[in-house]
Design a protein around this ligand. Structure first.
Ligand code: GDP
Length: 561
């Protein structure tokens, strides 16, 4: 893996804004330089169900951004997915496979941070948490399949923060579903209004292109133009060239465009930014078709880094003091040293190499020596970063998911939750003499956020909860490598978990008595209700109308009563 000494991250300090007002205030230039640098940032993730075309779209976005030259770069990564043990080997051989966790590139004068949402078999709680660190998301829908399960789940997570969503309906070069029925499905299943920006003309073998409703031009699709990035454009619906090129289809093209303009909601940026309306683009990722429009929408419409709830107050991204939070930990670089990289999203100020910051959970000062910036193909030593950017901070386990760093102010960034697990196992040591090690290992891995650990109130069972299967395998691997204990997993009959809040002590005591069999505690000692099935959860909810059942919990949060 190559690591160049510098990156291209524009450092506001190094490149002060030329338009900065020159006055007597010596800090004014730097401040407006920072503001300009922040305004140029776009930090987003792609959400989709496996096989909808996320990897392909990622690759094409990087291609348009000039970050990669060759198609196949991202693909190669995908085909190297293996069963866990191999996967771990691969991780080790590569040093660390974080290269494509965050991809930074420049496009149209903007710095784009594209955060990967692990899908397929590496789907995990990280996938959800990545979404807490972005300001916008691109949702890819397979036009043959419509809204699928994983998209639904990921969109729910975006909803927690009303993240603006741009929709890309993919694979129009195939025989797919009628575009109008797809929009209706997105609107009803995802409860978000759709504002089509482009409209497809035909599909599959007779896919002719898309008509850009706002810019009044047809982007012509030519099959087999995979590598081509320039697309022929025909301006105006009345353009005689359309009659010439598509004599058979032109009449329906004109009436369809007229109809959809009348029937659909007009795009309103305010609604988009509020997470209530999604601009929709149609295209074919693999054919580079419709991709640039998505990138342009990100630049033109998606928000720059937004203010964040810092607990005691709202932190603006343009504030000069550095702050931010950890949303992901990548471990196992060197198991013996508990060496790991914390993925850190800057919320304000700027990172400068060698700077010191306060780690608020421990109250200690931390030197941020050689933080990393993640480019499309490589990770490099960061020369500077501003709000919206992601840096990688080396540490030996001090940093946990949800941790805040600041210049000293007591902040706690909210909205980086734990998510109710969907898969459960009971864990035990293969060697009964090693139960202490197992407990210690699980406690630490649980605190780090690799998996959720619960202890049942009755009996001594240690329960593990995850949202992706691979989490269990990684934890087993790390228990063995870092704690020298072989863990065995047993299946358990648990459907989901809900964190509990009680209106008063009397209700809590009664609940604890009546529902004792279903109670557990999380790593922070919070009460959790473990439900055997959907029906049981529904009944329990009805039985205890004053008790709060929560599907998410903030990191480090102690729940009341
Ligand atoms: P991911 O699982 O969401 O990352 O999906 P991939 O990008 O790996 O795509 C899944 C499959 O769909 C691959 O075989 C792609 O080649 C294919 N694919 C992606 N985009 C298109 C498209 O626009 N048209 C067609 N026909 N196939 C596509």
């Amino acid at each position: 893996m190559s690591a160049s000494p510098a990156n291209t991250t524009p450092s506001p300090a190094a490149h002060p804004d030329p338009d900065a007002p020159s006055g007597t205030d010596p800090g004014a230039g730097a401040r407006s330089g920072l503001a300009a640098a922040v305004a140029r940032r776009r930090t987003f993730a792609i959400i989709s169900h496996p096989d909808a075309g996320k990897t392909t779209l990622t690759e094409k976005l990087l291609l348009f951004g000039g970050a990669i030259q060759l198609a196949g770069t991202v693909k190669a990564r995908r085909s190297s997915r293996h069963a866990t043990s191999d996967w771990m080997e691969v991780e080790k051989q590569r040093g660390i496979s974080v290269t494509s966790s965050v991809m930074q590139f420049d496009y149209a004068g903007h710095t784009i941070n594209l955060l990967d949402t692990p899908g397929h078999e590496d789907f995990s709680e990280d996938t959800y948490r990545v979404l807490t660190a972005v300001d916008a998301a691109v949702m890819v829908i397979d036009a043959a399949k419509g809204v699928e399960a994983q998209t639904l789940k990921l969109l729910e997570v975006c909803r927690l923060r009303n993240t603006p969503i741009i929709t890309f309906v993919n694979k129009l070069d195939r025989e797919v579903r009628a575009p109008l029925s797809l929009l209706e499905e997105i609107e009803s299943a995802l409860k978000i209004e759709c504002a089509p920006i482009s409209w497809p003309i035909g599909m599959g073998k007779s896919f002719r292109g898309v008509y850009h409703l706002l810019e009044d031009r047809l982007l012509r699709f030519t099959a087999g133009a995979e590598k081509r990035t320039a697309v022929e454009e025909i301006h105006g619906l009345d353009n005689p060239k359309l009659d010439e090129l598509f004599p058979a289809e032109v009449a329906s093209l004109r009436s369809d465009v007229g109809l959809i303009r009348e029937a659909s909601s007009p795009f309103e940026r305010g609604l988009f930014l509020a997470g209530r309306q999604s601009p929709v683009f149609f295209g074919s990722g693999i054919n580079n078709f419709g991709v640039q429009e998505v990138l342009q929408a990100l630049v033109d419409w998606a928000p720059a880094p937004q203010p964040r709830d810092g607990g005691s107050r709202v932190i603006k991204p343009t504030e000069p003091d550095f702050s931010g939070f950890v949303f992901k930990i990548q471990a196992n670089m060197d198991p013996k040293h508990r060496d790991r990289i914390a993925f850190f999203r800057l919320c304000s100020g700027q990172y400068q190499p060698g700077m010191k910051a306060r780690h608020l959970r421990s109250g200690r000062e931390m030197k941020l020596g050689n933080a990393l910036t993640f480019m499309a193909n490589e990770r490099v030593t960061s020369t500077g970063a501003v709000a919206g950017d992601i840096i990688g901070i080396y540490n030996h386990g001090q940093l946990q998911i949800g941790d805040t760093l600041s210049m000293g102010e007591a902040l706690v960034f909210r909205g980086i939750p734990y998510f109710a697990p969907e898969l459960f196992r009971a864990a035990r040591p293969r060697d009964p003499m090693k139960s202490k090690q197992l407990q210690k290992g699980l406690k630490e891995l649980g605190e780090e956020g690799a998996i959720q650990v619960f202890s049942a109130r009755q009996g001594a069972q240690i329960l593990l909860g995850a949202v992706g299967r691979l989490q269990f395998e990684i934890v087993a691997h790390r228990l063995s490598a870092e704690y020298n204990v072989d863990a065995a997993y047993d299946n358990v009959d648990i459907y989901t978990a809900r964190w509990l809040t009680f209106p008063d002590d009397a209700t809590r005591r009664k609940f604890e008595k009546d529902e004792a069999m279903s109670l557990a505690e999380d790593v922070d000692g919070n009460p959790v209700f473990l439900s055997g099935n959907k029906y049981n959860l529904k009944l329990t909810l009805e039985r205890w109308p004053t008790v709060g059942f929560h599907a998410t919990r903030e990191h480090g949060e102690r729940l009341g009563a």
